[in-house]
Write a new protein. Structure first.
Length: 231
């Protein structure tokens, strides 16, 4: 395993502890101009996310209205929007292929399935990082450091396989030596166009709870924004 990745994992609680976690539950409240531009300003105003910690499966409930939920799974990729009775209201295989080729952050509309897909893969990757960097066929290695504002940040280049839905297949993570906080760097096209060269994330301590492997383990997150701290 890459030495920098080992340090990052330890700073977030260690891989052994993570391997005892089977499920993560998070309360999410998110909004802002990005979602208004998609036509769904309140779609994530008050919802609960439940995900498999080791396989890309995730559910948002409620999704939009109290009696609906969205579910995402892979192999193959599939989004299902259903009611509380389990009746399928909408579904789509290969949802990524349905997105428009051009994206305007102020006005490009998305339908409900597209919103569910974007939020599902994004939140699953947010809440499993950095441990997802150790999953099968994911490659992580240290690359040249990043210089910014008088600071030197060590960087991990992470390459994801097609089996893991992600914003982009290749990205780099920069970490400070003292906090192992992260900032993502990419110049590749994604579903929301080209991102800026560096997008800092709020440093977050690892407090994912785990229990002995005699029952499923749960980490609970209270989130006021997509980059808020784990509790």
């Amino acid at each position: 395993m890459d030495e920098l990745l080992s340090q990052v994992l330890e700073a977030h609680g260690g891989l052994d502890r993570w391997n005892q976690v089977t499920q993560i539950t998070a309360h999410l409240s998110a909004g802002g101009p990005f979602w208004a531009g998609r036509g769904w300003p309140d779609i994530l105003a008050d919802t609960t996310v439940t995900l498999d910690a080791h396989r890309e499966q995730i559910t948002f409930a409620p999704f939009g209205v109290p009696e609906r939920q969205s579910s995402f799974s892979v192999d193959p990729e599939r989004i299902v929007i259903s009611n509380t009775s389990g009746d399928i209201l909408d579904e789509r295989c290969d949802p990524r292929g349905s997105f428009p080729s051009e994206f305007d952050p102020r006005s490009t509309p998305w339908d409900a399935v597209q919103v569910a897909y974007f939020t599902s893969y994004a939140m699953w990757n947010y809440l499993t990082a950095p441990f997802v960097f150790t999953y099968p066929d994911v490659e992580a290695k240290e690359i040249d450091p990043w210089q910014e504002a008088g600071e030197t940040w060590r960087r991990l280049a992470v390459t994801f396989p097609p089996s893991i839905a992600n914003q982009i297949p290749i990205r780099s993570s920069t970490t400070t030596r003292s906090t192992c906080s992260a900032a993502w760097t990419t110049r590749r096209k994604s579903l929301v166009g080209y991102r800026s060269p560096t997008t800092p994330m709020t440093p977050r301590p690892s407090t994912a709870s785990s229990s002995p492997p005699d029952a499923s383990s749960t980490a609970t997150t209270n989130m006021a924004s997509p980059t808020n701290h784990l509790r």
